[in-house]
Design a protein around this ligand. Structure first.
Ligand code: SF4
Ligand code: SF4
Ligand code: FES
Length: 280
């Protein structure tokens, strides 16, 4: 007698076969159930809330946050715009590190532990993952604007060496995500918002100071008002910049050198003294 082709446990076998096939298909597309710890709360008060959701290869943290928002937490506040690493809106702290949510792939993060997502810490908390970054927009207008020298030619044009143009080009990549401001201990831990403009605006000042046409002198303001002396070259800002701007070596150190040249060089100090006496 031959064994029956189907029996009492046939549906269970069919389910097992389906589950195995589904698992194989899921593995092929990197389908996984992952855990997230998302900061929820308002005005600086809050706690981590735990969520699990289905993810696939290629998803970024912002995708997972949107999925949680759509399926489990409709009122979760998160700021974003471009989802392409260009608007600088989705800055957050992912597994404790300042990053753009839209440029952080889930497969870069350990799969065997929850992904933590928190708001930036250097700015006032508004709600959930959103902070108030408006302080940064008040800093920018304090820096003297671009002031070009007179044109080099009668037709109103200038002549500039390519290497001088290239030097400032790097600084123009800034997307104002403020991750560098968030990580800087002078702002984050010592709360020197009123005395120190932070790495983002030192980059901005460097772009102006090193511009081949600019004739304005911002060194006094850098020393007296913008707190460049607070920067102790830890390079944390450079490490978190999503645009890979070499903030410390290419912007801050040359600015510090200019401040020293202008204000601590005895010959220049003498010239300034003489000029000051002549004016008075
Ligand atoms: S290098 Fe200077 S500006 Fe950058 S994080 Fe360190 S202290 Fe702040
Ligand atoms: S310098 Fe880099 S980290 Fe800082 S605001 Fe600009 S893009 Fe963001
Ligand atoms: S959403 Fe624009 S940089 Fe992330």
């Amino acid at each position: 007698m031959t064994a029956p082709l189907s029996g009492g446990n046939a549906p269970a076998r069919a389910v097992d076969a389906y589950t195995a096939a589904q698992s194989a298909q899921d593995a092929a597309v990197g389908h996984q159930t992952r855990s997230f710890r998302v900061w929820r709360g308002a005005d600086g008060n809050g706690a981590f809330h735990d969520y699990t959701t289905e993810t696939n290869d290629g998803m970024v943290v912002l995708d997972a946050v949107h999925k949680i928002q759509a399926e489990q937490a409709n009122d979760l506040a998160v700021r974003w715009n471009c989802k392409a690493g260009k608007c600088g809106s989705c800055s957050a702290e992912i597994n404790g590190k300042p990053k753009l949510m839209c440029m952080t792939r889930l497969e870069e993060l350990p799969a065997d532990e929850p992904v933590t997502v928190e708001p930036m810490r250097a700015f006032p908390h508004v709600r959930d993952l959103v902070t108030d970054v408006s302080w940064n927009f008040r800093v920018k207008p304090r820096i003297k604007r671009f002031t070009p020298r007179k044109p080099d030619a009668p037709d109103g044009t200038w002549r500039i060496a390519q290497e001088d143009v290239d030097r400032v080009q790097e600084f123009r990549k800034c997307i104002e995500c403020f991750l560098c401001q968030d990580v800087c201990h002078v702002i984050r831990d010592h709360h020197k918002h009123e005395e120190f403009i932070g790495p983002r605006f030192l980059v901005y000042a460097a772009a102006l100071e090193m511009h081949p046409l600019d004739v304005e002198d911002r060194t006094t303001a850098l020393k007296e008002d913008f707190g460049i002396g607070y920067c102790n070259i830890t390079k944390c800002c450079t490490k978190v910049c999503p645009e890979h701007i070499t903030i410390t070596d290419n912007a801050i150190i040359p600015l510090k050198e200019r401040v020293v040249d202008q204000h601590y060089d005895p010959l220049r100090a003498l010239v300034r003294l003489v000029r000051g006496k002549k004016k008075s």
